[in-house]
Design a protein around this ligand. Structure first.
Ligand code: CDP
Ligand code: MG
Length: 663
């Protein structure tokens, strides 16, 4: 029926082109109808009453019922944004913050960045007139560093709380404290797609929960008979089987990441070429976090009449965003998960089975607008073997960043902090020790002044912040700003190979492009560099340059003296040094792990004796990447400092009462 409506409006437009005013008003009407049709629409009054009555409210509701897009608008209408106050809504993922803010701005018929805006790291579209602010959980946490009581907000909504990202967990605890300390009232709303709200109700001392009735249609669930050896291949076959055998309706396929999604997109296109003309009407669309923002909104638009969309997504489409029109779900049964081993100081990015909760969520996406079908690419017996839910991120990540932020917020007793799930003791000790070695903490585990404060204020990993502080002393701040911006933006660099390593290569890419600025697009194309990442790197550079200038740093350059710059890199990344072994492998000095240079590094072939690296990742092997050749003697100097610092740290910091209980 929806397609019938669309058809007639297209025909209309052809015969009698509508004036912009008319089409705008029809768009407005469509949006109004859509809003009215959402399950949450009939709950507006109840919800507002519940918020007025309760300072903490846990809202649980089926995905797609309108929680994220509608509730902030209800609050605005009920007067929660009077006197310049804001409603803040946090999302674990930046792409959700972006796409939802755009949608809500459209619903409110305002330009993005005025009444409705989003703010994520390195990209803040909000202005003084913003009242509904969508942001990442990490962004709000950082905001608390400057405005401890988050005084501009009347309501804070922690959305997607079931995802239990480390920033969400820290916010859940921090906001409890902020709410107690604030003079002006702060309403706290926790929203979750998981029906099990008990964990949040209990955490807030029996807080009230509110269930939004969803509209879930039946979904037929299918499993494979035998395990699939290649889920990408199986996904591809399933897509085409649905396309040829099933009635109209779009397909949503859950895959693990950008590369896989892009390769499936290509394979779908290729396969389509071999089909007869009338069966080619299948439109593959990708959605993943690194997708450029102008392409993100494409998945939300309806497929052209007579054709079918196949949306290739990461787990972002599980609960954070709802794509209209989906009737068929294909679940690979896997997800990419990051885990951190504090003992080895190593991050692992593995493709792992989803949890039962995720598999059920994925199926549910097929039954939002009508009866649907869900195809799992694994046997039913494997479903029953899945974990019930995913382990909270705080139990499997490097804590140095959040601990530094907590310290900067004046929370000294990390072990005694009121976490909803406590991180492991060894992970806390490891992070404290790392921050101490980086000079962010004093011997007795207090925030070092000014270095620790400066590091907390920069929106970067502590090791990058430290590199900037050191670069200020080595007179190569300009070069280090570029390096950090490039590392944060992840740019390809094939054609600017510097024999000294990846960091210098990044530097020359950035600088050469700057010379060619006028013709940036052409230059990027000629040199096989991704112009979007470079543009992103330039934005990041500008922002962090602003940050360090505010801290009173003078941005100076070492000119052609790359020796100084490399020495500064060695001093900054001394915790991440690796030395070549007899057999050509490397030993990471801190953890003792045997590692390999990643094939994408410019040093992959030359294999220098000693390097510092940015990343240590386990994929098929343990790889180090983003390297620079250094002189091992430079490390000896750092090693002396480390040994001294370690002894001071052990002697005093680890003996303080709270940390003592850990060891
Ligand atoms: O938060 P919850 O999962 O309850 O739902 P929501 O994100 O507020 O989405 C409500 C509706 O808005 C869904 O039907 C989405 O399809 C629609 N939506 C959209 O059409 N375009 C967007 N960019 C975002 C949401
Ligand atoms: Mg939502």
């Amino acid at each position: 029926m929806a397609q019938g409506e669309l058809k007639s409006s297209v025909l209309n437009r052809k015969r009698n082109p509508k004036s912009p005013v008319a089409s705008r008003s029809s768009k407005r009407q469509k949006i109004a109808e859509h809003r009215k049709s959402l399950p949450i629409a009939s709950e507006e009054e109840h919800l507002i009453k519940a918020v007025q009555k309760n300072d903490i409210l846990i809202i649980v509701g089926e995905t797609g019922s309108g929680k994220t897009t509608q509730l902030p608008q209800f609050l605005f209408n009920a007067g929660f944004c009077r006197e310049g106050k804001m409603v803040g809504i946090t999302q674990p993922r930046r792409i959700a913050a972006l796409t939802i803010a755009k949608r809500v701005a459209e619903e409110c018929d305002v330009p993005l960045g005025q009444k409705v805006g989003y703010a994520v790291r390195f990209d803040d579209t909000t202005s003084s007139s913003t009242r509904l602010k969508y942001m990442t959980d990490g962004f709000l946490l950082r905001e608390a560093l400057v405005d401890r009581l988050l005084s501009r907000y009347s309501v804070i909504i922690i959305d997607e709380a079931h995802e239990r990202t480390v920033h969400t967990d820290v916010l859940l605890a921090l906001l409890k404290k902020v709410q107690r300390e604030r003079i002006s009232p702060l309403k706290l709303i926790i929203m979750s797609a998981s029906l099990d709200a008990r964990v949040f109700c209990d955490y807030y001392g029996g807080a009230k929960d509110f269930h939004v009735e969803g509209r879930q249609f039946d979904v037929d669930i299918f499993y494979t008979v035998h395990p699939e050896t290649d889920y990408v291949d199986a996904a591809l076959n399933t897509i085409f089987q649905i396309h040829s055998e099933e009635e109209e309706g779009d397909i949503l396929v859950f895959l693990t990441g950008q590369e896989e999604i892009e390769s499936v997109e290509r394979l779908v296109q290729e396969k389509l070429q071999h089909l007869p003309e009338d069966e080619r009407k299948l439109l593959p669309l990708a959605i993943f976090s690194a997708l450029p923002s102008e392409q993100q909104m494409r998945v939300f638009a309806p497929a052209p009449i007579g054709s079918r969309k196949v949306v290739l997504a990461t787990n972002i489409a599980e609960t954070s965003i709802t794509i209209p029109g989906i009737r068929y779900v294909v679940d690979s049964g896997v997800v990419k998960a990051r885990t951190y081993d504090p003992n080895k100081g190593m991050e692992t990015l593995d493709v792992v089975p989803v949890s039962k909760a995720q598999a059920i969520q994925r199926s549910g996406r097929a039954g939002r607008e009508g009866y649907g079908k869900s195809f799992h690419l694994y046997p039913e017996r494997d479903f029953w073997k899945l974990e019930d839910s995913t382990k909270p991120e705080i139990k499997r990540c490097n804590l140095s960043n959040v601990i530094l932020q907590l310290k900067a917020l004046g929370i000294d007793d990390i072990v005694g902090f009121d976490f909803i799930d406590k991180p492991s003791r060894s992970a806390i000790v490891k992070a404290l020790a790392e921050l101490h070695l980086l000079g962010a903490l004093t011997d007795d585990c207090k925030l070092a002044k000014p270095a620790g404060e400066q590091m907390a204020r920069l929106p970067l990993k502590p090791v990058y912040s430290r590199a900037l502080i050191l670069a200020n002393q080595f007179n190569c701040l300009e070069e280090m700003l570029i390096t950090v911006a490039m590392l944060s933006a992840r740019t390809s660099r094939n054609h600017f190979v510097s024999v000294e390593g990846d960091h210098l290569t990044y530097l020359s890419v950035y600088r050469d492009e700057a010379k060619a600025e006028k013709n940036m697009r052409k230059w990027c194309k000629d040199n096989f560099v991704n112009s979007r990442s470079l543009k992103h790197a330039r934005d990041i550079y500008r922002q962090i340059r602003g940050n360090v200038e505010q801290m009173g740093f003078n941005v100076s350059s070492c000119g052609d003296d790359m020796l100084e710059y490399r020495k500064c890199l060695a001093a900054s990344f001394f915790l991440k040094a690796a030395q070549r072994q007899m057999d050509g492998t490397y030993r990471a000095l801190e953890s003792g792990e045997i590692v390999h240079i990643h094939p994408s590094s410019v040093l992959f072939r030359s294999k220098p004796e000693c390097v510092i690296f940015d990343e240590l990742m386990q994929t098929s092997q343990k790889y180090i990447n983003n390297l620079t050749r250094i002189d091992p003697l430079w490390l000896a100097e750092s090693a002396l400092i480390i040994t001294k610092q370690m002894s001071d740290f052990n002697a005093s910091c680890l003996n303080t009462t709270s940390v003592l209980s850990l060891v």
